[in-house]
Write a protein of this length. Structure first.
Length: 64
């Protein structure tokens, strides 16, 4: 898998997390914060971790 594919996948996951966070801000309900923190933030964290891992895998491949 190329670096572009890995970065595109990570960016789509981050965008999904941002979209879910946006949707959770629309209703004025206390459970909206639970949706924001419980679903949106972990999805964004997975996207950021995948982004960083893709950069590390490219750096380790370049050293070989």
């Amino acid at each position: 898998m190329t670096i572009e594919t890995k970065l595109r996948r990570a960016s789509l996951i981050i965008a999904l997390g941002l979209f879910l966070q946006f949707l959770s801000l629309l209703p004025l309900h206390p459970l909206a914060f639970i949706l924001f923190v419980g679903i949106g933030v972990p999805i964004m964290a997975v996207g950021v971790i995948l982004f960083l891992l893709s950069l590390l895998s490219v750096a380790s491949d370049a050293e070989r």
